[in-house]
Design a protein around this ligand. Sequence first.
Ligand code: PLP
Length: 407
Amino acid sequence: MIHLNENFTKLKASYLFSDIAKRVTAFTQANPDKPVIRLGIGDVTEPLPPVCVAAMHAATEEMAHRATFRGYGPEQGYAFLREAIAQNDYEARQCPIEADEIFVSDGAKCDCGNIQEIFSLDTRLAIPDPVYPVYIDTNVMAGRTGPSVDGRYQGVTYLDSTPANGYVPAIPSVATDLIYLCFPNNPTGAVATKAQLAEWVAYAKKNQAIILYDSAYEAYIRDPQIPHSIYEIPGARDVAIEFRSFSKTAGFTGTRCAYTVVPKSLQAFDTAGKGHSVHALWNRRHTTKFNGVAYPIQKAAAAIFTPEGKKQVKDMTDFYLGNAALIRAAVAKLGFSCVGGDNAPYIWVNTGRDSWEFFDMLLTKAQVVCTPGAGFGKCGEGHVRISAFNSRANVETALARIAAALK
Ligand code: PLP
């Protein structure tokens, strides 16, 4: 008899965004004359930067000719892309990261979900609340947690992000081994300072732990004091892995390209206490289970590091941040406190009300879809996330409707 992996039965029955989709579909079916504006799911709306499209076309043309056709590429990514990343995202910020420490992939979701495979099942986890649900769910699937009791999986150290700590969690009082951090944060949009990250690096060093740093939204940071990479913190390359994505940086959500940085100095320990290279383990895992990102996509990704590419990416992220500024101002005018939106495409609104109730109210009274904070963790209750990923016209209409609904 085939047995299932019972850890999967511990997962909450459905994914947040499918619950939202069900409610939105029910509303639109009942109210076909009331068009809904979606400021919920964090998908981009603007087309790819022209430099990326041109590079993709040129690379596709290469694939059409015997002399320039390419089959399997290196699993870790082509050197042209790894070198461009190392130079522009790391060397330019004085971060000591080499091209061969960068693993190109088809998504930060897969990478931050898969990375846990190389660590033992008794690894003690520290996971922010609220946060991108993939970190906890993939550890639940692997069997690294107990069941969910009162909205929290047993055995996990949750890092509470609340109005009291400005949505930047404090260092836990207990030792943990694998620490997930996400800045700029999804869903709160909060960012961490160098001093705050330095404390995490010191904590990880002290505990021989590893930080998994998800900076999928770093392209939205505008405050020059805020670090874009954990490797801006001295010593971080001995304790941290970093995830980055072209999805929110350059509109690649449907194109798929991301990367993970695993420094060669990073170690994990066997039961005898002997250190092993995490880079070698991840390389083994990646080359066994992944066969590389398509050549035209890697060419498109590399194009964002050209002078025109940098300008086009800045214009695109500035555009979404312009939406975010409008949302922040409108929310403040309605008397709510909020964070995010200044260095991130998300605005985290403290509604002081049940988050699904607030979601339903916005849907039915304003025909605007937001994301209920409770879907991102227990501390998300009382909040909703509003996304800046939409056209300017839709954002303006949505804000006018919200203001009217809340009058
Ligand atoms: N990390 C965070 C924090 C995200 O919010 C998202 C997507 O929403 C991802 C990773 C996934 O990125 P990708 O599109 O590269 O899989």
